[in-house]
Design a protein around this ligand. Structure first.
Ligand code: UD1
Length: 514
């Protein structure tokens, strides 16, 4: 670490030696000596945590004190170093064991991220419960701290103090790392009348434009200037407007809601996205004093208010994590109970799983999924905005269809680049061909273990399911993609009886796509 400090690098990713062969990737920007001390304290805390030492709490408390006073936050992943230093963690899976047992579903990343950004709308301390421990969440906290907030994340509870926000400019390096930093536009513009961000650019799953976000903000009266990759928005006096979205974009709906909440007058968003995460954002904003109606339908009405107050709020369960576990239970012919989930958010998946012959019972926030026989194929599944089949479960359900008896067709209509897992599944013995946005899946009796690579978050989750169901050993590489959306996926499946081990190796650049 000292050597790295001496190199004078001020930005980028580094792998910090830890023990004999383990390393931690941290991102550092403008690190000064106080921040290096906080790195050391963090490192010590982690070391003590591994040996369950009582010193853990001491080092952690000191780290927090130091990190808060210097505005520094660790973006850390525990990974192991290989001598080449150019690959990331791997999961080693011994497949073929039916999953069995009970699992608690963690809070939703896609609800937590916009809600954390929306915290900027109030002046004071916001407390959020059921926030998952994921890399994306840490990145958002890091960005909030760079803007001047003081943040803490402990045991699923996040506190964000927004009283000392001193910057409205989201730095390019952070914007490029996580697309979700686009959520900061609406709240910063609404509260401070100015924001600058950078084009998030395309990513592994598609082009992912932000034109609908920008047009929505312009309709509220913001002036938008684009200089190279930077987007600067001014708008001290936003005014309510009728906004028609060409496509029910989740992010654009959320950004417009957050910008309109402090605008003068009424904003109506037509053709709004209807995802449960949008309802969660409405509930959170209303808990802060906003006056929003209609989230969950395609028309959302926002009556502007003068000011919002800090509040305490609990994030909804993650429907995509729940769906992933349900599909894994079915693909391994297991029997799994999910607790703390919301079955009402999963009706399209439940419908498809029942068509394959999977048994599902629902009781309040508990669901049991079991599958004793070979699943049946489904002639056609089309991904589209909620409440239709979610694009974020497309790759996972394809694993089940690969093992089904018969021929299935999967059409992807939301993202154009979302079939990257197909080649990897074929390496494992699946029989899938792709033509434009349709995948044609001929079910095979079994998959076989292989070394495969996660190309994005959900594709990675699909490969883990494939490995759990396959005969033999599967190695899933590039696990950092999966860590963005699943809190220690290996522990999750271990608790259901699977044989999954993380082999830590190292790292380079992380890509935060969705
Ligand atoms: C969110 C989710 C992501 C999910 C997706 C669709 C988060 C953090 N991510 O992403 O997990 O897969 O919804 O359910 O909540 N589009 C435009 N112009 C825009 C905005 C979007 O053309 O201004 C297009 C995109 O390129 C894409 C489609 O609309 O093809 C859907 O995107 P959108 O609903 O905005 O997804 P995200 O909010 O990025």
């Amino acid at each position: 670490m000292v050597l790295l400090a001496m190199t004078g690098r001020t930005e980028g990713w580094i792998a910090e030696p830890y023990g004999s062969d383990v390393s931690r990737i941290i991102q550092f920007a403008e690190i000064d000596w106080e921040q290096w001390i906080s790195i050391l304290l963090f490192n010590q805390a982690k070391r003590q945590q591994r040996t369950s030492s009582p010193l853990y709490s001491l080092f952690r408390a000191l780290y927090h004190l130091m990190a808060v006073s210097t505005g520094y936050r660790m973006l850390s992943q525990w990974v192991s170093v290989n001598p080449g230093g150019d690959t990331l963690d791997k999961l080693v899976i011994e497949g073929g064991r039916p999953l069995s047992g009970s699992i608690r579903i963690h809070g939703a990343k896609n609800a937590a991220l916009p809600i954390m950004a929306a915290s900027l709308l109030a002046d004071g301390e916001i407390t959020l419960h059921n926030v998952p421990h994921l890399l994306d969440i840490e990145v958002m906290l890091y960005i909030l701290e760079r803007l001047g907030c003081t943040c803490r994340h402990e045991q699923g509870t996040v506190t964000i103090n927004t009283s000392l926000v001193r910057s409205h400019d989201v730095p390019e390096d952070l914007m490029k790392q996580m697309r979700s930093s686009i959520f900061l536009m609406g709240p910063l513009l609404a509260r401070f009348g100015r924001v600058s961000v950078y084009q998030p650019g395309g990513c592994a799953i598609g082009e992912r434009k932000i034109d609908l976000h920008l047009r929505g903000l312009e309709a509220l009266g913001a002036q938008i200037e684009e200089q190279d990759q930077q987007i600067i928005c001014h708008g001290a006096n936003l005014t309510g407007a009728d906004i028609h979205l060409d496509f029910p974009s989740v992010g654009a709906t959320e950004n417009i809601m957050m910008a309109a909440v402090l605008a003068e007058g009424t904003t109506t968003i037509f053709n709004a996205a209807r995802e449960p995460e949008i309802q969660d954002l409405q509930h959170f904003l209303n808990a802060m004093g906003a006056r929003i109606m209609g989230a969950g339908t395609d028309t959302i009405t926002i009556n502007g208010v003068e000011k919002l107050q800090p509040c305490t709020y609990e994030i909804i369960p993650d429907r995509i994590v729940a769906g992933t576990v349900m599909i894994a239970a079915a693909a391994t012919r297991g029997n799994v109970t999910l607790t703390h989930c919301n079955p009402a958010h999963l009706t399209s998946l439940i419908h498809v799983l029942k068509r394959t012959g999977v048994q599902i019972t629902v009781c309040n926030d508990i669901m049991t999924v079991s599958c004793m026989t070979r699943p049946k194929s489904v002639d056609r599944i089309v991904t589209s905005p909620y409440p239709s089949f979610p694009t974020d479960l497309q790759s996972q359900i394809m694993v089940l269809l690969s093992l089904a008896d018969g021929f299935s067709v999967m059409k992807e209509t939301v993202f154009e680049g979302r079939f990257k897992h197909v080649d990897e599944l074929n390496v494992m013995g699946a029989d899938i061909s792709v033509d434009l946005n349709a995948a044609f899946i001929r079910g095979v009796p079994r998959l076989y273990g292989a070394t495969v690579e996660a190309t994005d978050l959900r594709a990675g989750a699909a490969l883990v399911i494939a490995g759990l169901a396959a005969q033999g050993k599967t190695i899933v590489e590039q696990v950092h993609h999966i860590d963005r959306g699943y809190d220690q996926i290996e522990k999750l499946f271990q608790s259901l009886g699977a044989s999954v081990e993380r082999q830590s190796t190292v790292s380079k650049q992380l890509d935060f796509a969705n």
